[in-house]
Design a protein around this ligand. Structure first.
Ligand code: ADP
Length: 440
């Protein structure tokens, strides 16, 4: 059976042959063939114009029935049109379902473009943050939710980071914000109501702070009487040891109470100011002088590689150094070495405390900054540690936009790196040279 293409060509040739034959009867075969070709062309153009009209009006009656190339074009066209309609219906349904499910989500979801402009948001984003689907479309989200932390979060585009901001629509409500990048340049801003969590955290903080505060005065009285008892000449000798032990425990309790109070203060405080310029190299040298020469101690080396100043709180940075150095000294044998380094690059600066001490097993490293965590609980009670030092370090660093990185090998030593971002640094400008001819 001839294919449709062959049929079309055959029909055209027959038509031309018929024209030629009629022309030949009138002794003009070429003219007959030309007229037949012209007629075939005119018919095709008419069909083309009729198809164009049918496309515009949607009335394909002329092409619906019969045979020939134009009917075949129509049936192919009708098939593709039906398929496209079916896809459109399915996609619309799918979109509706997606819309319904994102609206049912308790968390806010905002789709942002490359310039952080809102493309679309769900109902929870409206309830939690007051974003309006139509009115706010195309607006920069950080112009509506005004928070420097959110601006930073959007700039960093790191899905592991999250921040808490006050809800602009509900008094006392807090939102946790997280940015998830997707597609070539779009991102999803997720908003979660963390008001209850924040309230519970605050209650816990307040409780610890109040309890510590209340314990402080009775502890001072007890410690005072114990000191007096220890110095009294007329107490029986059998009491001397218990009194000494009680003095030691009272001192330990005072230390726990003051460290808990410090932790509560750090947790409640915002970011550390940037006005004060801290000479970290100088602090490292001072801290090493303070501990050196106290008997059986490892060697302490200070290596200030940079003159960069740190923008932050001097007292808090001092406490970071003291805590890390005291840990290193307590966990390193006298023949070992502790090194204090301050180094800076364009990416930020590192305050490093490394030692050649006992090291920490890998499974304990992630838990080091938990409150009251100690690797060797029995030993910690005798070596003066209370298990709050690294928790304080972590909070101070977070107030300085910094993070603690710990690497350690059992039996070889540990390295505690406090990494500060470049924005927290100030490099001292070079001293200008005296201009020629100027006064001395
Ligand atoms: P502590 O007051 O007990 O020192 P920290 O929070 O400062 O409490 O430290 C928690 C635990 O981490 C310590 O008890 C110790 O087991 C471990 N640790 C800290 N620094 C070092 C170090 N340089 N070498 C070995 N272990 C360490």
């Amino acid at each position: 059976m001839a294919s449709s293409r062959q049929k079309v060509i055959l029909g055209l040739l027959l038509f031309l042959a018929g024209g030629t034959l009629v022309g030949w009867i009138y002794e003009r075969p070429v003219v007959g063939a030309l007229i037949a070709a012209l007629l075939a062309l005119v018919w095709q153009v008419r069909q083309l114009l009729a198809f164009d009209r049918a496309l515009r009006t949607g009335n394909f009656d002329k092409f619906r029935y019969g045979e020939g190339i134009w009917q075949r074009i129509f049936s192919r066209f009708a098939f593709e049109r039906d398929r496209a309609n079916r896809y459109r219906r399915e996609n619309t349904q799918l979109l509706r379902e997606i819309h319904k499910s994102t609206n049912a989500m308790p968390d806010g979801a905002v789709v942002l473009d490359r310039a952080n402009q809102i493309i679309v948001c769900n109902r929870a984003a409206k309830n939690l943050a007051g974003l309006k689907r139509k009115k706010d479309r195309g607006q920069r989200v950080d112009n509506i939710l005004r928070s420097p932390d959110l601006t930073m979060l959007l700039r960093n585009n790191d899905s592991k980071q999250s921040i808490d901001i006050a809800s602009p629509v509900k008094d006392g409500a807090w939102l946790n914000c997280r940015v998830v990048p997707y597609g070539p340049s779009e991102k999803l801003l997720l908003l979660r109501d963390v008001t209850e969590q924040m309230t519970l955290n605050k209650m816990r903080r307040d409780f610890v702070a109040n309890a510590s505060h209340e314990l402080r005065s009775p502890l001072t009285v007890i410690a005072g009487y114990l000191d007096a008892l220890a110095e009294a000449a007329d107490i029986p000798s059998t009491w001397a040891k218990p009194v000494r032990q009680m003095q030691e425990q009272a001192r330990r309790m005072s230390l726990i109470v003051s460290e808990l109070l410090e932790l509560s203060r750090l947790e409640g405080a915002g970011k550390a100011g940037t006005d004060e310029l801290v000479d970290v190299g100088g602090l490292l040298a001072a801290a090493s002088h303070m501990v050196q020469g106290r008997g059986d101690m490892p060697e302490i080396l200070v290596d200030p590689q940079s003159a960069a100043r740190l923008r932050g709180d001097r007292g808090e940075i001092e406490s970071v150094i003291t805590n890390l150095l005291s840990n290193a000294v307590r966990h390193t044998p006298p023949e070992g070495k502790v090194t204090l380094t301050w180094r800076a690059t364009t990416k930020g600066a590192d305050l490093v405390v490394s030692d050649t001490g006992e090291g920490i097993a890998a499974e304990h490293v992630p838990r080091l900054t938990e409150r009251f965590f100690r690797v060797d609980k029995g030993r910690a009670r005798t070596d003066g540690g209370v298990g709050l030092g690294l928790a304080i370090v972590k909070h101070v660093l977070s107030r300085h936009d910094a993070e603690l990185r710990v690497t350690s090998t059992v039996g070889a030593g540990s390295e505690f790196v406090c990494h500060f971002p470049a924005e927290r640094l100030s490099v001292e400008p070079p001293i200008p040279l005296a201009r020629a001819g100027s006064d001395p």
